[in-house]
Design a binder for this molecule. Sequence first.
Ligand SMILES: [Zn+2]
Length: 238
Amino acid sequence: MTTDLPPLPDDWSRALAIAAHPDDLEYGTNAAVAAWTAAGRSVSYVLATRGEAGIAGTPPEVAGPLREAEERASAAAVGVHDVRFLGHRDGVVTEGLDLRRDLAREIRRARPQLVVVSNHRDTFGPGTWNSADHRAVGRATLDAVGDAGNEWVFRELIDEGFETWSGVRHVVVAASPQPTHAVDVTGWRDVAITSLAEHRAYLTALDPRPVVEQAREVVLMTTGGEDGPARVPFEVFG
Ligand SMILES: [Zn+2]
């Protein structure tokens, strides 16, 4: 499906990738990120939560720091060293002004030309309902791009020292059921697998198989399949 999609616009040098949870950016998006950072582009990550409600049997106060550390290692594996956590509550993120303000602040801080966000749509495709946190963070991000450029919205951000930023040219949505473009990740899937496998505690709790085996299966599935051309699809706005 993705083989006929045109390449992503490349008129950018700084990207900010935003997601709800540690691990959201590691299911294929990280292969594109690896290609970008290797080409000299800069990429920062913002995670709305610490994913503290993500490990069955592990209390949030233990899981949060663990998942934050795993995300930092996972990001570093694909050349991302600027990783920020907003501290919204995992599992009950609400799409509203608080989230929009927090995201607008991060967009003004990072001043990206490209914003990457995980899927804001109701489903990942037929029969696969998306989660409330993903929908909320995705939709709030699409709104916050406009907020970041408007001096009269969230005026307190100006007081905090965050000047407006209207330089976002494209918002690209990962794992959308309506992809419009794709990134060639030939040669970058192995590092993406290594990156996802850094979520060791999280993946181990989900599946008894070795984490690298799990990571390999998922990354190949989300990047065009074992035998297909290695591509990561995105839905592009702007
Ligand atoms: Zn998630």
